[in-house]
Design a protein around this ligand. Structure first.
Ligand code: SAM
Length: 274
């Protein structure tokens, strides 16, 4: 039995599946958890791989620690999306944290991740974590000046996540951050999303005084190389004193990676008009 993901209109990738552990249609999307030899257990939404036991650490460490270590002392953090709980697991490692609000639109993703992906969802019951089942767009609109760091760990820009890639949402994020706040979003593949990335970068640059794009390698995402875009009101991640960063027991993120993930190859710089 093979699972096949349609990555672009002309590209499909497949992996052999040992077992389908769970399958349902939620009010928002189709949801499956499958078990595979190559990737281990895999969370699939609308037939697109969201996270796998093999490489989830790369994505979750990079979408959290780069921004959190850039901020002087993040106390209140918001995660939008991220129903598997991987971002939250990394955020609770930070000593300065007082509270992380995890706003996921689809409670079924949270439930399935608790049951089938305990390695990823293991911090959901941490005392500093509050899970809110709601639309992230609505949540930022209703919470002004509330957060030090906002992390947008979304599905691709279709369906319920479409609005998470819009300029009006980035403006609401800006207003939901404190005066020295930072926001970071997963911004897709520099190979396959060459129209989307320049638009997002330009929208974010029009709202935040400082915009930075960084890279990581996530083998199960289309193209492997993945982008994250950060908008910051005050702190520059390239000025982070990496000697001061605490040991977070990570497998991909490190002080050296913090510094080098902003080094962009020319074909990525091109996307940013540099
Ligand atoms: N790491 C993944 C990736 O890049 O493919 C994303 C993982 S996470 C499972 C994405 C989550 O975003 C999904 O669980 C989805 O339900 C959630 N989501 C989509 N739109 C949302 C919205 N408007 N508000 C809050 N959560 C949303």
């Amino acid at each position: 039995m093979w699972f096949t993901e349609q990555q672009t209109k002309d590209v499909r990738t497949s992996c052999r599946t040992k077992k389908i552990l769970h399958q349902e249609n939620t009010p928002f999307q189709s949801l499956a958890v499958i078990d595979t030899d190559q990737y281990g257990r895999v969370l699939v939404l609308d037939n697109i791989i969201q996270t796998t036991i093999m490489d989830e650490f790369v994505y979750h460490e990079m979408i959290t620690h780069v921004a959190l270590n850039t901020h002087a002392a993040p106390e209140r953090v918001l995660v939008i999306g991220g129903g598997d709980g991987g971002a939250v697991r990394e955020i609770v490692k930070h000593q300065s944290l007082e509270k992380v609000v995890h706003c996921e639109i689809d409670g079924a993703v949270v439930d399935a991740s608790r049951k089938y992906l305990p390695e990823i969802s293991c911090a959901m019951d941490h005392p500093k974590v509050e899970i809110v089942i709601d639309d992230g767009i609505k949540h930022v609109r209703e919470n002004k000046g509330a957060y030090d760091v906002i992390i947008v760990d979304s599905t691709d820009p279709i369906g319920p996540a479409e609005g998470l890639f819009s300029a009006s949402f980035y403006k609401d994020i800006f207003n939901s951050l404190k005066d020295d706040g930072i926001f970071v979003a997963q911004t897709e593949s520099p190979f396959f999303n060459r129209d989307l990335i320049p638009r997002l970068y330009s929208d974010i640059s029009g709202i935040f005084p400082l915009t930075r794009l960084f890279l990581a390698v996530v083998p199960t995402y289309p193209g492997g190389l993945w982008t994250f875009t950060m908008g910051s009101k005050k702190y520059d991640p390239c000025d982070t004193d990496i000697v001061r960063t605490p040991d977070l027991n990570t497998r991909y993120y490190s002080p050296e990676i913090h510094r080098t993930c902003f080094v962009l190859p020319p074909f990525v710089k091109e996307l940013l008009g540099r």
